[in-house]
Design a protein around this ligand. Structure first.
Ligand SMILES: *Cc1c(COP(=O)(O)O)cnc(C)c1O
Length: 393
């Protein structure tokens, strides 16, 4: 048996998405920027349909969607683009310590280059940002607030409508990384006062290597300095020949969300509860990381005290889960998100992220509960600290 429980890292492509993409490889292969022949027109038309579908998912206008290579680029374009465009107005960014590395590393790079000053807001023990602290951090030099919608490690859902309202009231642009929420939570850039929003296709059953940045075009208009120059595609905000099959796939992935969302959420939330109760009833000294209720329905993040997370991952080689996030597993550093919750290094390194998706079954969850229920006591038996423990959770 092999079980994939790493849907925050990536999802399989929905067969309906693949089918929609296929004609755009060899049949309708035109360059969407070719204005003088039907090959180009066909490609451009497909791109515009996809633009409308992505915009519809978030309540925005199609013309405000900029195609990118994925959410890493979307986050970088939003943050770097705003900072460089609004140099006259200010240089201050407000973000949080639990953001994705695409946001944090971009902010750090701007700080190192002397191009921005950044406030990294702390989170509470459940991973929540306090909107009051966002308001208090805004100065007359603040140009951007960047707070993610749903955290990719602990699943915590941030109060982005409140933060958006605050930023709008103070005349500051608001960016949110909505990669993890797009498939499971409703998003409305108007009601939530969002000016810039990052999406990635491969987290919502679409293809890898394609994403989008929503850039509000009016009331107020958000402006960006491009990162990539050449050709002036995407109204000058992102040059480069469009990945037409990928874009068509992303459009379809977004188009499928509304009809899938309720059943997906019900399904993954049910399995997540089955996993949580199975683990917590069978084992002692566990800690749930992230908010108990305000969290992604398919996310579970658990610390198995006195067990090294990497060793547990190794012993579960037929089960795909993650310690920390896929992006940080190459380093042996404990997760910056878990540390931000106040977990000591040891407990952070004992943590596993489970990401449940559309295709998972109850039998798979029961299998994983059994396997972990056997491995954790075996690994703990090897730990002198466990035998001499004082309870930590
Ligand atoms: C996966 C992820 C990203 C990066 O998206 P890519 O398209 O893989 O570059 C950014 N932010 C969050 C929250 C993510 O989960």
């Amino acid at each position: 048996m092999r079980v994939y429980l790493d849907h925050h890292a990536t999802t399989p492509v929905d067969p309906r998405v693949v089918e929609e993409m296929l004609p755009y490889f060899s049949e309708h292969f035109g360059n969407a920027a070719s204005k003088t022949h039907p090959w180009g027109w066909e490609a451009a038309e497909a791109v515009e349909v996809a633009r409308g579908r992505v915009a519809a998912l978030i309540g925005g206008r199609g013309r405000d969607i900029v195609w990118t290579s994925g959410a890493t680029e979307s986050d970088n374009l939003a943050i770097q683009g705003v900072i460089e465009f609004y140099r006259e107005r200010g240089d201050h960014i407000i973000t949080a310590t639990t953001e994705h590395k695409a946001v944090l590393d971009c902010c750090r790079a701007l700080e190192r280059a002397g191009r921005a000053r950044v406030t990294y807001l702390p989170v509470d023990e459940n991973g929540l940002v306090d909107p009051g602290q966002v308001g208090a951090a805004i100065t007359d030099r603040t140009v951007l607030v960047s707070i993610m919608h749903v955290n990719n490690e602990i699943g915590t859902v941030q109060p982005i409508a409140e933060i958006g309202a605050l930023a709008r009231e103070r005349g500051v642009l608001f960016h949110t990384d909505a990669v993890q929420s797009a498939g499971v939570l409703p998003i409305d850039v108007e009601a939530m006062n969002i000016d810039l929003l990052s999406l990635s296709a491969h987290k919502i059953y679409g293809p890898k290597g394609v994403g989008a940045l929503y850039v509000r075009g009016q009331k107020p208009r958000a402006r960006l300095r491009p990162i990539l120059h050449g050709g002036g595609h995407e109204r000058g905000m992102r040059s480069g020949t469009l990945n037409v099959p990928g874009i068509v796939g992303m459009g379809m992935a977004c188009h499928l969300v509304p009809a899938q969302r309720d059943s997906d959420v019900l399904h993954v939330a049910g399995l997540r509860e089955r996993l949580r109760t199975g683990l917590f009833e069978g084992l002692e000294e566990l800690r749930l990381n992230g908010h108990p209720s305000k969290r992604h329905p398919g996310n579970l993040n658990v610390s198995f005290a006195f067990v090294d997370g990497e060793s547990l991952l190794m012993s579960l080689d037929e089960v795909a889960v993650s310690s920390g996030s896929a992006c940080t597993t190459s380093s042996l550093e404990p997760s910056h998100v878990l540390k931000a919750l106040g977990l000591p290094d040891g407990l952070a390194q004992s943590s596993i992220r489970f990401g449940i998706g559309r295709g998972n079954t109850a039998a798979e969850i029961d299998y994983v509960v059994d396997r972990i229920g056997a491995e954790v006591p075996r690994l703990r038996a090897l730990s002198p600290e466990f035998r001499m423990r004082a309870p930590v959770c």
